[in-house]
Design a protein around this ligand. Structure first.
Ligand code: AHM
Ligand code: MG
Length: 335
């Protein structure tokens, strides 16, 4: 028992790595941990209770909301509001940013952006899904309601980011800018226990993850890169392996551990790709950079993009540095 380090203990231990250490971020992360446990419990029952399937509504992006999307959104919002560190939340499932109105929340320093249940269309078939979160210090004055500027900060301003993967085991992986740490949930103890300290991703990988069904809609540089991955060049360890779950958190998590690249390019029908800059790309970009990898929109660094809209999308290439640079080179030559 003595060698178990829980997420709570670890956060307190590492608190001073954080530039504005005051315990507030620790408390904020622990509210995320609590909501994760509640959502995990519900996801584990999927298939038994009447909790899967469509909610009968669409989110702001016209995508059908699943019951568990709505459930996860509510639980994370409630957990964040219940502590005093967060003044507002922007979520993939909400049209507008949500302001927390209690006085304690108005005096809070942080905003949270989240995708409460990413890949939720996979739940009905028992495939892993995830929660993605991203935390910023507000730029508006404390004591006032948060403004758009608080939410529309470039990813480089994130103070913490992470995800929960509800997989064959449930894990919480996060960074506060001092490395990436992973915790596996022990359901019998009800605790997230440190299992992956200081995760580093290989500089080179052999896995590429992309929805190849869209092949004919991809830019020429991406088509060329896919062919490059498939070429038979044994001295260069090619062909690579193709793996695509269709659940960003799961695809990202596997590639982070094993080395690889996840690609969601622009397509002829979706010129800015599918993934959301604020809820999906930026937090994953912060994590991968902290793990020694790279995240790009095909031209430049994801975290340097200055957002203009909450639900903005961006082409996304993330993973092992050499692989991301390779696809950037193809795109530069064949835009
Ligand atoms: P969602 O946020 O609506 O669940 O959409 C994001 C998901 C990602 O998890 C996944 O990588 C991608 O969409 C899959 O898209 P596609 O089915 O077009 O390959
Ligand atoms: Mg999503």
């Amino acid at each position: 028992m003595s060698d178990i380090r829980t997420l709570g203990e670890f956060i307190v231990e590492k608190q001073h790595d954080f530039p504005h250490a005051s315990g507030e971020l620790s408390s904020l992360l622990s509210s995320i941990k609590l909501a994760a446990k509640i959502v995990n419990r519900e996801i584990n029952k999927a298939g038994l209770a009447d909790i899967t399937g469509s909610f009968g509504d669409e989110n702001v992006q016209g995508e059908e909301q699943q019951k568990l999307d709505v459930y996860a959104n509510d639980k994370f919002k409630a957990a964040l509001e219940a502590r005093d560190q967060v003044c507002g939340v922007a979520s993939e499932e909400e049209d507008e940013a949500v302001t927390f109105n209690r006085e304690l929340n108005r005096n809070a320093k942080y905003v949270v952006l989240m995708d409460p249940l990413d890949g939720s269309s996979n739940i009905d078939v028992n495939v892993s899904v995830g929660t993605i979160f991203s935390i910023y210090r507000r730029v508006s004055p404390v004591g006032t309601p948060p403004t758009q500027e608080d939410f529309l900060q470039p990813g480089s301003q994130q103070v913490a980011a992470g995800y929960i993967i509800y997989g064959s085991s449930t894990m919480l992986v996060y960074t506060t800018g001092n490395g990436v740490h992973g915790f596996t949930y022990d359901p019998s103890l009800g605790l997230f226990c440190l299992s992956h300290e200081n995760l580093q991703t290989p500089e080179d990988g052999r896995i590429y993850s992309i929805n190849e069904g869209n092949y004919f809609r991809f830019p020429m540089g991406v088509k060329k890169y896919i062919k490059y991955c498939q070429e038979n060049v044994p001295e260069d360890d090619r062909p690579y392996t193709s793996r695509y779950i269709g659940s960003l958190v799961s695809d990202f998590h596997r590639n982070l551990l094993k080395g690889g690249i996840y690609l969601y390019p622009s397509t002829a029908t979706h010129p800015t790709g599918k993934l959301r800059l604020l809820y999906e790309c930026n937090p994953m970009a912060f994590l991968i950079e902290q793990a020694g990898g790279k995240a790009s929109d095909g031209v430049g660094r994801i975290m340097d993009i200055k957002p203009t809209e909450l639900h903005q999308r961006a082409p996304f290439f993330v993973g092992s540095t050499n692989m991301v640079e390779k696809v950037e080179a193809f795109l530069a030559e064949f835009p």
